[in-house]
Write a new protein. Sequence first.
Length: 275
Amino acid sequence: MKQIRVSDSLRRFADLNKPEVLFGKPARSGLGGKTKHVENVVRLGMKLPHEELNPELLKISLQLHDIGRSVQWAVSKNFSDREINHRFIGLQMVEQFIRTEKCELTPDWVVVSEVMQLHGAPHMNLLAHDYALPYIRIVSLADDVENGCNGALGYLEDEKERDDKHYIKNDPYRDQKDLNPVLLEYLERGEKFNKMTLCRTYAEYFVFAAMLAVNACNNAGDIAREAMRDKCYCYKDEKGIHWLDAVDGYCHIFEKHLHKQDAEIACKIMREKCR
């Protein structure tokens, strides 16, 4: 595969949209959580096999994949794509820069734009140019590893407390521990499903996050399992602060937020698939 050249204009855009500029200092959750997320996605993505790709373009694609989250948070104070889709916002940021700077629309810009629009959405990959697909796949996998294996554990319970997904607001009488049993089948297979249509409770949303971890372990192997060993989840009780690895962290969340029988099944799956 002929490597795609990186233009000076894309380098300028990437420099202006570094994670610390858009999201601020790293934090466990909130906007600062995206700084840590992007840094981890870049680190993980560059570890994945990419011999035929331009490493500079891959790194820029990894760095820029979530820039729309900055505007999303500024407007809504959450990361729900139901209200403001971060993919479309990212594309608008690109378009504004290209128009203002009168940039030539070269293939590197196409790659970055399609990564923003299509990462994490394999059902939409037919819309991508062939030369952009390898970049989209690596960014998607690195994003899934970071989100599913350890990144999500820092904010899942915070999102429930704030009702970021509006599951409680939209259906205040629904038991948020309820779980459609078919989602446990997706979890067992590590098969992606559409959270926008299948998640109606926080129990289901938490299983969606865990499914990404299983999917990452299936597809990224040792890199994902290494991430699952990180002591990335903490909770506090009368005995003090406890740090758990990602597998035990998911199990702790399941035991708190799922019905007992569902939690037992979900924990068993996580321990079998991600250790």
